[in-house]
Design a protein. Structure first.
Length: 148
């Protein structure tokens, strides 16, 4: 009986540890708020982004793409430079072109782009870690948006 209690205690500790690890990984991603998210105007095709929990060792990229298959990266993204933003709170990144994530950031989105149709299909703002952390997948997220 004593061995059984120890085993149950060990299993409980392992379960709590696994939960803590998975929660930490899930909460690592930056919280990106998109306004408006589901009624982007055709005439003023812009969204305003705000960020919470940006990484402290690198930045993130946000790019307009066609919605990817679940668990996959997008295969078709808007090639326009105005439909991409680099966000970082690191001074060195800002000196080389990154935008601070401490305020709101306006981003242009296109209804149509080469390989993309955001009127008749789902488009996303695809978030990834920047070039300073190319193998870090913790920031990967696809945030759907649509035009009104």
């Amino acid at each position: 009986m004593n061995t059984e209690k120890k085993l149950k205690k060990l299993v409980a500790i392992m379960a709590v540890a696994l939960l803590a690890i998975s929660t930490t990984g899930a909460s690592a991603a930056t919280k990106v708020t998109v306004t408006p998210q589901f009624k982007v105007s055709h005439t003023k095709s812009e969204v305003v982004l705000s960020f919470k929990g940006l990484p402290t060792a690198h930045g993130i990229y946000v790019t307009q793409c066609m919605a990817p298959k679940k668990g996959k990266a997008p295969t078709s993204c808007d090639p326009s430079e105005t439909s991409k933003v680099w966000i970082s709170n690191l001074a060195a990144d800002q000196k080389t072109g990154a935008t601070s994530g401490s305020g709101k950031v306006t981003m242009k989105v296109d209804a149509y782009f080469k390989g993309g149709d955001c009127i008749h299909t789902t488009c996303v703002l695809y978030v990834t870690s920047d070039h300073n952390a190319p193998t870090d997948r913790s920031e990967d997220q696809a945030i759907p948006f649509s035009f009104s």
